[in-house]
Design a protein around this ligand. Sequence first.
Ligand SMILES: Nc1ncnc2c1ncn2[C@@H]1O[C@H](COP(=O)(O)OP(=O)(O)OP(=O)(O)O)[C@@H](O)[C@H]1O
Length: 272
Amino acid sequence: MLHIDRLILQLPHYPHWWRQEWTTCIDALSLHIAPGEVHAVVGASGAGKSLLAAAIMGLLPSAARLEGALHFQATPLTPARQRQLRGRQLALIPQSLSALDPLARSRQQVRWAAQRAGLGRPAAQQRADELLAHYQLSHAATHYPHELSGGMARRVLIAMAQVSNAQLVIADEPSVGLDPTQRDRVLAKLKAIAREGKAVMLITHDLRHALPVADRVTVMYQGRGIETATAQAFRGQGEQLTSPYARSLWQALPDNAFSTQPSVLCQEPAFA
Ligand SMILES: Nc1ncnc2c1ncn2[C@@H]1O[C@H](COP(=O)(O)OP(=O)(O)OP(=O)(O)O)[C@@H](O)[C@H]1O
């Protein structure tokens, strides 16, 4: 479904206005996500996770230098194809709440996303209302982003990503700002999407949130993909993990890391 081979991303940085330097933000990263898989990308803040999502979606700054291969459904992801697929076959739940239009109400935001995904206006409106109800946001349908709590705004972004029938869903820190119940429901939703045969990339800095739903985990460190292992390897004794950093993440897992059982999270959530 998604193949990334030795991706290198460099972005310009200006320590002084007259001097430009290039920062390597993603460094020879390779990754493969199969249909039906939840693939977690885990790493500390600044590891390059969001930039990886931006590279796949075609949302990098125009000055970015990108090398390596990026294939979706066995076809190269060119900028033109990314524009064509974005919001349709490729969906992103962005990390930043500023992705919401500050001048649009929740209902409009979700409806517009549905229209961009190809639905006509009445169908888009119906889909928006269904999703807002699903995410317990019906009462906030006429609210602007500044009138939403962080968790509510996050759920509007999740609803917007869900309007399309995307084959690849990238969720960038989707549980930030959500209480544990809402978080588990969102993670369960991502698992349910994967069970429909779609691919899910779950980006998080917290391995504990990824493990109950992930099939495989790629650990990023300073732009590099230093290890890809099954989630099972992290749930077990850690002896299959080869890199010291991945082992340190495993060792830092608290004893109650699995207090939410995968079987619970695998059920389609009932939000109502
Ligand atoms: N537009 C940009 N120009 C230059 N450097 C950037 C730009 N955006 C991000 N970076 C740098 O790239 C690195 C990776 O950033 P990125 O946002 O991908 O990290 P992340 O792993 O998603 O972190 P977090 O979990 O904090 O969101 C950081 O060191 C950041 O400073």
